[in-house]
Ligand binder design. Structure first.
Ligand code: IMP
Ligand code: MG
Length: 187
């Protein structure tokens, strides 16, 4: 396979916060932990990726799983098209699988205020899964407004806007292989 090119920083990308190799090593570790925890499960674990930000993390994570699993997606909206917190979470597209009596893992890109994951955990718990766990790549603990249970997390980061590896700013930079801090440049 052709190695993934590492695009250079642009002027609004301030610095690389987590490089591509470091991300891949951490995803390896998370997959190892998940493989250990779910060893021997009978029905496939349902991984529910929260669109769009989790799609790359989920793709890398699920391809390292040796336990039976399947992939589903859900789409929510919390921030209109800006980075301001409203705490207003809306379901845009529901998961397709019936999760009753199934082992479920919500896969998110980043835990910020916590409103999104809190909403999802409450919504999914009401559907009576056999178990419900959460996996997020990034955690910004300083920004937390509501307490949520995190089972697997990749990295704790400071309170800065980050892009890459699935995360965007107004739909830009999602496909960078690294996580970069971003400060929008005017004009
Ligand atoms: P929460 O509901 O405040 O925890 O927000 C979580 C959602 O906000 C994430 O799923 C992301 O889509 C988005 N988000 C929060 N911080 C960032 C960031 O630094 N970069 C990109 N998206 C972010
Ligand atoms: Mg998200």
């Amino acid at each position: 396979m052709t190695p993934i090119a590492i695009p250079p920083l642009t002027k609004d990308l301030v610095r690389v916060l987590i490089d591509a190799d470091t991300i891949q090593r951490r995803v390896d570790e998370l997959a190892r932990q998940i493989n250990k925890s779910y060893k021997g499960i009978e029905k496939p674990l349902i991984l529910v990726g929260v669109l769009k930000g989790s799609f790359i993390f989920l793709a890398d994570l699920c391809r390292r799983l040796t336990v039976p699993h399947m992939v589903d997606f859900i789409s929510l909206s919390s921030y209109a098209d800006s980075s301001e917190i409203t705490g207003n979470v809306r379901l845009i597209m529901d998961a397709r699988e019936n999760i009753e009596n199934r082992d479920v893992m919500i896969v998110e890109d980043i835990l910020d205020s916590g409103f999104t994951l809190d909403y999802l955990c409450r919504n999914f718990t009401a559907r009576n899964p056999a178990s419900l766990k959460t996996a997020v790549l990034l955690d910004k603990p300083e920004r937390r407004r509501i307490d949520v249970k995190l089972d697997y997390w990749g990295f704790q980061i400071p309170d800065v806007w980050v892009v890459g590896y699935g995360l965007d700013y107004a739909e830009r930079y999602r496909t960078l292989p690294y996580i970069a801090e971003m400060v929008p440049v005017e004009g």
